[in-house]
Design a protein around this ligand. Structure first.
Ligand code: SAH
Length: 548
């Protein structure tokens, strides 16, 4: 089982006045204690920790000197596994070790060969059986349809606004989820007619084109403006606007934004820290005058990325058994910085949840913090509930976040994963070709949303299996199966539709499977809604359809 960092959940909730964070009812209670071990399939905590630290932790300064020497000595001969690895190594040799967040950002969305923004070779796809991973919308159309229905239920419950509705998706992948949602919303013409525009926040130019092809058609023209790229949706003739960040989407008080984020937050860069005991003499040097002390202190140190020694092998780096050795040996590793970095001084002090870890866990505690996740959550909250900068007299809209991470409020740690062709690999192997992701800290998202806007409340997280079952996944899948069976009868195409029926069944069962490692258990749903004192629970989070 993954070591859990106890969280003062009650303390956090108490700070949020007026029942703003509505966690699931007893009976719907989350069963999350084995969550991460499930994700990591059988890894022991120690093996996992090594996976991060490459099995070696040299003291910072000495280590960095060694690394620099290594770089200088072999600059001409060392073969980096990808062009991006060389670029990262060059940058590190100039500036020193880089935060894990900078490494992740370059690897995933960097201009030179980022995983989403350029490394994918021709005809290679991140998604699907031939790619690196499969996501829920790609497994079954029912997933996107039910999410579409969820937004319809929110639109009904919030008084059927007749115009100003916006659909916003962050990290839309191939566009499959938005396609299934839009097709579904078309069956509710009153809501479909209330939509003004669709926004897609996408960092990848290739995926933006794939989304446009699916949602607008191959031949539909795409134009560029200061905001982003524009085309017209094939279903509704509505404008679709692509932006690279959510900040480029205008905020207006009369809009009702419906925001969906599926497997987006796990791709946002994290900072990682370790708590260490600093002896009195060092503690004095490293702390501000006001905190100088004669006894040893606990201080956070950032885990930073440095090149592995030249000539490293999987054996010398002790690549853990939980990671495939099918990649070349990792080019980089995590090392603990021996000085407090700017991020180490600020981020672990930024929430009572993190501060409590000093007392509850003590030396050796690990911690991951994702500032970008908080920025996105704050932005969603401001759009829905208004903020000092963007006041909104009547909060409206909803954000639905589906991803994997602890559902019990524990702070993620040691959760960075590398994925290549459906296998776990070292996150530091073949930068730009390896997908990177980390557990999502749902409690941090809730905290950021509530702090950002007086006008929102947060529901969940609930397990995906619970969410989809209460949304009626079984009933919807049965409808598809019956329709296929009826079609088979009329066309007497026997075998083909039997297989289809079997595929539909398998797919929806996979989405709700709550066995160890099952998607229904590992994935969670969290909703940000207009503040209503917790009186109305959304469908899927313990509430019923209202406002019909
Ligand atoms: N939601 C989709 C795709 C998930 S993969 C699905 O479930 O199938 C992550 C998606 O987020 C990709 O589309 C990727 O290009 C995009 N993405 C990752 N980091 C991003 C960032 N920082 N800004 C914008 N888009 C990002």
């Amino acid at each position: 089982m993954r070591p859990v960092v106890p969280l003062p959940l009650r303390g956090v909730q108490q700070r949020f006045a007026r029942r703003k964070w509505i966690t699931p009812r007893v009976g719907q209670a989350l069963q999350t204690s084995h969550l991460s071990s499930a994700v990591r399939s059988g890894s022991s905590p120690n093996a996992d920790r090594k996976s991060h630290l490459g099995g070696r932790r040299l003291s910072g300064a000495a280590h960095l000197r060694n690394q620099n020497l290594g770089l200088e000595d072999v600059e001409d001969v060392r073969k980096w596994s990808t062009p991006l690895a060389k670029q990262l190594a060059d940058a590190i040799s100039m500036t020193g070790p880089i935060p894990l967040a900078s490494f992740m950002r370059m690897c995933l969305t960097g201009d030179v060969g980022g995983y989403y923004t350029g490394a994918i070779q021709e005809n290679r796809d991140q998604f699907g059986l031939k790619g690196d991973f499969v996501t829920s919308p790609e497994i079954s159309q029912v997933f996107g349809e039910l999410i579409g229905v969820w937004f319809v239920t929110e639109w009904l419950a919030q008084g059927r606004q007749r115009q100003g509705v916006e659909l916003i998706e962050v990290g839309p992948g191939r566009g499959t989820l938005m396609d299934d949602m839009l097709r579904t919303i078309q069956s509710f013409p009153a809501m479909a007619n209330s939509i003004d525009a669709i926004y897609m926040v996408e960092a990848s130019a290739e995926l933006r084109l794939a989304q446009k092809k699916l949602l607008c058609g191959e031949d539909a023209p795409m134009t560029e403006s200061k905001v982003g790229y524009h085309s017209i949706c094939k279903y509704t003739s509505l404008p679709i606007v692509w932006t690279e960040t959510i900040k480029s989407i205008p905020i207006s008080p009369d809009k009702m934004p419906f925001i969906i984020a599926h497997e987006f937050f796990d791709a946002l860069p994290i900072h990682a820290f370790e708590l260490i005991t600093v002896p009195a003499s060092n503690a004095k040097e490293n702390s501000s005058p006001s905190t100088k002390t004669t006894s040893s202190t606990l201080q956070w140190r950032e885990l930073v990325v440095t090149p592995t020694p030249p000539g490293s092998t999987h054996d010398s780096l002790r690549t853990p058994s939980t990671q495939s050795r099918s990649t070349p040996p990792p080019d980089f590793q995590l090392t603990r910085s021996d000085q407090p970095t700017r991020h180490a001084l600020y981020l672990p002090e930024s929430s009572p949840r993190y501060r409590a870890i000093k007392k509850t866990v003590g030396p050796g505690a690990l911690l991951e913090i994702c500032p970008d996740a908080s920025l996105y959550a704050s932005d969603f909250a401001a759009r829905i509930g208004g903020s000092a900068k963007h006041p909104k007299s009547k909060p409206s809209g909803a954000a639905l976040i589906l991803d994997y991470g602890p559902g019990d409020g524990t702070v993620p740690m040691n959760s960075l994963r590398g994925i290549r062709r459906h296998q776990r690999v070292s996150p530091f192997a073949e930068p730009g070709l390896t997908d990177l992701s980390a557990d999502v800290d749902f409690a941090a998202i809730a905290e950021a949303a509530i702090n950002a806007s007086e006008g929102v409340e947060v529901h969940g997280p609930v397990e995906q299996g619970v969410f989809l079952e209460t949304m009626g996944i079984k009933e919807r899948a049965d409808m598809l199966v019956n329709a296929a069976a009826a079609a088979a009868k009329s066309k007497s195409d026997g075998g083909g539709s039997e297989k289809y029926v079997e595929d539909v069944r398998k797919a929806w069962n996979r989405l709700v499977d709550r066995g160890p490692g099952g998607m229904g258990k590992v994935y969670k749903a969290l909703a940000i809604l207009p503040e209503n004192d917790g009186r109305r629970r959304p469908v899927g989070f313990g509430g019923d359809v209202t406002g019909q």
